[in-house]
Design a protein around this ligand. Structure first.
Ligand code: PAF
Length: 285
């Protein structure tokens, strides 16, 4: 596995690979790798000659009161995991390499960001889109692999490549879960023992709501009331519960077609998100 830290070096690697006609699968990450990331690497390996994993904690996507400084980092462990998973190139640039000097320009996302996480994290998806666009420019992947846990991120990136005609196919991979159903996340390390024991109720609640919708409850308000009720017994606080069309992320009073049921929940030091995507029959008007 090659470890690459500079823009000139990653460009040179990519130039050689392209000249050899080899396909590239990119897995963008912020490190502190877990099984969710490893499943993305596996999916990329199954389809591509070369797998590039980027590790970069992107300051642009953190708000002023968010966890940029204390975001978990362990590059030695990440290197080991990446090597053992068959990664070919690990691209881990320092912040000064990705953002030398003052940032002169960013991508401003205008659709699908006033809902879900975008509503309480202004500018977050501008930061995500900007860094992912930079990573696409630097690594020129044929496909890029993202986890469905961050379903709004996937929707934003699909819109970005469509808007800017970026020749990269976006692959969304299923959420990897702990045995009790909790979605794997680098931020799960922030949970207290008691919170960790409780936290799988988020997924259980989503599943119950999904079952109710599939059994015929297509009224958005009533479904969200039901989901809220399931979460109210928890020791944390609800940030949002939502039901939207996917990937357009639009509100429908009567749910139909491809729908995302999503939740964000605050514990003492961790904000957890999870979602389920379901297909519902469209009711006749
Ligand atoms: O999902 C993440 O880890 C990040 O948002 C990403 C896509 C690597 C961009 O920084």
């Amino acid at each position: 596995m090659k470890i690459v830290e500079t823009i000139s070096a990653i460009r040179e690697e990519v130039r050689k690979l392209k000249a050899e006609g080899r396909s590239i699968g990119l897995v963008p990450t912020m490190g502190f790798l877990h099984e969710g990331h490893l499943s993305l690497i596996e999916a990329a390996r199954a389809k591509h000659d070369v797998v590039v994993v980027s590790i970069f904690v992107n300051p642009l996507q953190f708000g002023p009161n968010e966890d940029f400084e204390r975001y978990p980092r362990d590059l030695d462990r990440d290197e080991r995991l990446a090597r053992n998973s068959g990664v070919d190139i690990l691209f881990c640039p320092p912040v000064e390499e990705m953002y030398p000097g003052e940032t002169a320009m960013t991508i401003h996302v205008t659709k699908g960001v006033d809902v879900l996480c975008g509503a309480s994290r202004p500018g977050h998806f501008d930061g995500v889109a900007t860094v992912v666009m930079k990573l696409f420019q630097l690594t020129a992947p044929d496909e890029a692999f993202f986890g469905q846990k961050d379903a709004q991120q996937v929707a934003v990136i699909i819109n970005m490549v469509r808007t800017f005609n970026v020749p990269v196919n976006i692959v969304s991979c299923p959420t990897v879960r702990e045995e009790d159903g909790l979605a794997k996340s680098s931020r799960n390390v922030y949970l207290t023992e008691q919170e960790r024991q409780e936290a799988s109720f988020l997924y259980q609640a989503l599943r119950k709501a999904a079952e109710r919708a599939q059994a015929g409850e297509h009224d958005r308000e009533r479904l969200l009331q039901y989901l809220t009720g399931l979460l109210e017994g928890g020791s944390g606080t609800i940030d949002y519960v939502e039901a939207l069309s996917y990937p357009a992320l639009e509100r429908q009073e009567k749910l139909g077609g491809r729908i995302i049921l999503a939740v964000a929940y605050h514990y003492t030091k961790a904000r957890l998100i999870d979602n389920i995507i379901i297909e519902l029959d469209r009711e006749e008007a």
